[in-house]
Design a protein around this ligand. Structure first.
Ligand SMILES: [Fe+2]
Length: 183
């Protein structure tokens, strides 16, 4: 959720949109999933709760429209809708790709994410078509989109638990060496 929020915030900045609003959409889009893991309860039950709480229409609509084409009458229309769809599965896939590297997100390139997308067994639960179609519908180049989301996630790598293990060791090493009176 935090990864999708970071990606949504970054795209809001890029597009000159309301960063907090876009961030909320990323943060909340799957909040009802644990309680209602099947479509159409997810995301419609969650959408109903958000409506009761007075969330803006466009936030609720974007969340409803992210569930693929399985919710009738909820096509992705606005850039907000399309950005959520484009970032959702991709953020999960990038997380999986980062987890198998000691450097995690650091230095991760779109090209190696593309390579992993071709390996059917890798993160098999992530639908590749959602990723490619998401970029297409948003009208962005897939490689640029992947790199953009990697960069957005890198900004909160510590919160995502995706800080390079190597970096942690390096700074721990420096910490010891830099202790005053340690000469
Ligand atoms: Fe979802």
């Amino acid at each position: 959720m935090l990864a999708v929020e970071a990606a949504m915030r970054a795209y809001a900045r890029k597009f000159g949109e309301d960063e907090d609003k876009w961030g909320i959409v990323g943060l909340l889009h799957d909040f009802d999933y644990e309680r209602w893991p099947t479509i159409p309860d997810h995301p419609l039950q969650g959408a109903a709760i958000l409506a009761q709480r007075g969330y803006p229409e466009d936030v609720i609509y974007a969340i409803k429209s992210h569930a693929g084409d399985d919710i009738p009458g909820c096509p992705r229309v606005s850039r907000l809708d399309k950005t959520l769809y484009a970032c959702d599965e991709l953020a999960g896939f990038i997380t999986a790709a980062a987890m198998v590297r000691p450097e995690r997100l650091r230095g991760l390139q779109a090209a190696s994410v593309r390579k992993k997308m071709k390996q059917k067994a890798f993160a098999a639960a992530v639908n590749r078509e959602d990723i490619t179609r998401g970029a297409e519908q948003l009208g962005v180049d897939l490689n640029e989109h992947i790199q953009f989301v990697i960069d957005a996630m890198s900004g909160i790598a510590d919160e995502l638990g995706l800080v390079s293990a190597l970096a942690a060791n390096e700074s721990a090493g420096r910490g010891v060496a830099d202790r005053p009176g340690d000469e």
